[in-house]
Design a protein around this ligand. Sequence first.
Ligand code: CDP
Length: 246
Amino acid sequence: MKSEEIKLIDSNGKRLDGRGPLDLRKIKIEAGVLHRADGSCYLEWGGNKILVAVYGPREAIPKHIQDQVKALVNARYNMASFSVEDRKRPGPDRRSREISKVISEALERVILTEQFPRTTIDVNIEVLDAEAGTRCAGLTAAGVALADAGIPMTDIPVACAAGKIDGQVVLDLGKEEDNYGDADLPVAIAPRTDEIILLQMDGHLTIEEFDKALDLAIKGCHIISKLQRKALLDRYQSLIEGGDIE
Ligand code: CDP
């Protein structure tokens, strides 16, 4: 079906799932869900379900990949075969390699890698259910899992997309909006300084629309950043109550 045939915003200004233009989908974040990982996070964002496990810093093997002055940040984004409507062929493809690369580079901006020369920090991002915006959801969950692993960072990275549907700039595109909309702008920031650590764009925006979408995505990031912090506080509160932390 062509994009012109689908109305993504109705006459009352509501989107297909009932949201207004500035609303996020529902987000739930839980830190420390896996026992064997050094840090972990489970995140639901609309219909997305993402699990992240962090290992490290640990010695980089084989030795020739080691960086003598800093840790390597190795994010691996993987979509489960059952996570999308048409079963996805297992294993890496061009898209997952691209997403792994941009997320690794974004995380490198905030992790204090110079503190751990010759090591790797592995960030496994598993998409269990996908419904648009998985790179933002994956990066946001990775930020929580890295903090849960106690990896020193200048900030907890967070991501959110804005986009354009039916000619209007809106926050956090859903599946149909991503498929039939005009543009998608995923953004990740370090929220204390608003430094942009990831910025991609699909589709077309005027300069004014781009500025508006960027501003909106950053506002979304700040809302989600609070949810990340709450998830981490809840995790450590439960450890204190359980007697695991003095
Ligand atoms: O997920 P994200 O928006 O970061 O990346 P995308 O490449 O723009 O993909 C948008 C959505 O398309 C994904 O979230 C999935 O819901 C869907 N998709 C799919 O159905 N099958 C694939 N092989 C890849 C993506």
